[in-house]
Design a protein around this ligand. Structure first.
Ligand SMILES: Cc1cc2nc3c(=O)[nH]c(=O)nc-3n(C[C@H](O)[C@H](O)[C@H](O)COP(=O)(O)OP(=O)(O)OC[C@H]3O[C@@H](n4cnc5c(N)ncnc54)[C@H](O)[C@@H]3O)c2cc1C
Length: 432
């Protein structure tokens, strides 16, 4: 039974406010709703809109070893970097956090395929292979075809930028010799010039366009076990569109994530928001300007239409991301700042040390490890090294000592930090 968010006039009382709607904010709101807490969530679009849609846990230590087994990798990582956020969670917490998150998303229509002990591979638009832990069903046929050394046809669309089937197949041929490519015209867009994935996605939601596209593909697919398309098979009815295509073509069909903004990321966001309406979480797609804090908790304003609502929350999770999400910013002295609470940010002594001279340095750039410090249950620390507020928590990429891009740990850090934080605060609330 969920505790209700209580509204009285323009004041809304809740047990937990989640600021941020990226992977960490979404995970925190899901976990809190599942534990019956009353939750308000505020936040605008996030890095999710750029994501491949896969859930990465861990693939490698930057500049050192790569791991097929993410858990073995995490063990090695913690041994080298005891202050990494993964050092604060157990294997069981990781597994249960992922199970709960993917369970919710499954209900929302996005099914993930996770293999317990190994990372899986997907094809990227650069024609490389990317390791990830959980692959959405839209991409799993490609993962299986790669693993089974099957014949794969990559299809691109004339006019679609950043997705070249021929180049991808060429790049992948060394690792996967049975790879073909073809360029086709998109029905109704033959003379359109540059094409965008979102536009094609909306087009394919129309049954007539879908059947014309299938007709365009049919002559090319013979002799292939799986056909890889750019991720354009719908924002809402993606399972249905892909199933129709597979049936009509008589071969497995999978999507390859595209460059940002990616349809797969938008799909994740839309599915989450759709399923959230089944919970008691109140979601506000707005930015929070200022948060007041006292011993009882947190107070901030959100806009709802023409109204301003005052949110009073007993606990708060700051899941505002890094520079792209605007959880971190830089002041005019070149110092990295945490934007909402002015929490101290661990960073290099000088701005000139943020980046290595070589952009592709395999160690990753030091600026990507900047972030806030937390205790064992992800409560941010103040300048004195003590927890800043007993009811304030953090989750996701804002936390220091990780480089999710290099480690391939973006969703993992978000999900497990949110899981640990919510479990802790739910226990505190139960005891109070
Ligand atoms: C190009 C790209 C590809 C990626 N691909 C993958 C992938 O394949 N697999 C994977 O696991 N991860 C991937 N990621 C990473 C993953 O998306 C991030 O790790 C993850 O989004 C970090 O989540 P976060 O919630 O911490 O931050 P963000 O996603 O940045 O979210 C921060 C949120 O906080 C909100 N916010 C900030 N300030 C305020 C404020 N004052 N008031 C209200 N809201 C606020 C923002 O609006 C946003 O909603 C990718 C990221 C990028 C950029």
């Amino acid at each position: 039974m969920n505790a209700a968010v209580i509204r009285s006039g323009n004041r809304v009382n809740c047990q937990l406010a989640v600021v941020g709607t990226g992977m960490a904010g979404m995970a925190a709101a899901i976990f809190a709703a599942n534990r019956g807490l009353s939750v308000v969530q505020a936040g605008k679009a996030s890095e999710i809109s750029f994501s491949s849609g896969c859930l990465d846990l861990f693939s490698g230590i930057p500049g050192a070893e790569r791991f097929e087994n993410p858990f073995k990798g995490i063990e090695a990582l913690i041994a080298r970097q005891p202050n990494h956020p993964y050092a604060r969670v157990s294997r069981d917490e990781i597994v249960h956090g992922f199970e709960e998150f993917t369970g919710f998303m499954n209900g929302a229509g996005i099914r993930y395929h996770c293999t317990p002990e190994t990372n899986q591979q997907i094809i990227t638009p650069a024609g490389t292979l990317k390791s990830t832990w959980c692959v959405p069903s839209a991409m799993i046929a490609g993962t299986r075809a790669l693993a089974g050394k099957q014949r794969i046809l990559i299809v691109d669309i004339r006019g679609l930028k950043g997705f070249g089937a021929r180049q991808m197949a060429q790049n992948l041929k060394a690792a996967h010799p049975c790879m073909g490519s073809v360029t086709v015209e998109f029905p109704g867009r033959e003379k359109a010039g540059d094409l965008m994935c979102e536009r094609l996605t909306w087009d394919l939601e129309t049954p007539d366009v879908l059947s014309r596209f299938i007709k365009v593909l049919r002559p090319h697919v013979g002799g292939y076990d799986a056909v890889g398309l750019p991720a354009i098979l719908g924002i809402y009815r993606f399972e249905e569109l892909r199933a129709k295509m597979e049936k009509a073509l008589g071969t497995a069909v999978f999507e390859i994530p595209t460059l940002a903004p990616s349809v797969t990321g938008m799909r994740t966001k839309e599915a989450y928001l759709g399923q959230l309406s089944e919970t008691a979480v109140r979601h506000f797609p707005v930015s929070v300007k200022e948060i007041q804090t006292d011993d009882n908790g947190f107070c901030f304003n959100v806009a709802e239409g023409m109204n301003t609502l005052e949110i009073r929350a007993e606990h708060l999770i700051v899941a505002t991301g890094r520079f792209l999400g605007r959880g971190l910013g830089v002041n005019d002295k070149g110092i990295i700042k945490e934007m909402l609470f002015d929490l101290p940010v661990t960073q290099t002594a000088k701005r000139s040390d943020w980046f290595h001279r070589d952009f592709f340095n395999v160690q990753g750039h030091p600026v990507n490890r900047a972030g806030i410090e937390t205790d064992e249950v992800f409560r941010p620390l103040g300048r004195d090294g003590k927890i800043r507020h007993p009811k304030l928590y953090a989750a996701g990429s804002i936390i220091a000592h990780q480089d999710w891009k290099r480690e391939k740990s973006g969703s993992g850090i978000s999900i497990v930090s949110a899981y640990k934080a919510v479990n802790h605060l739910a226990k505190v609330l139960k005891g109070s």
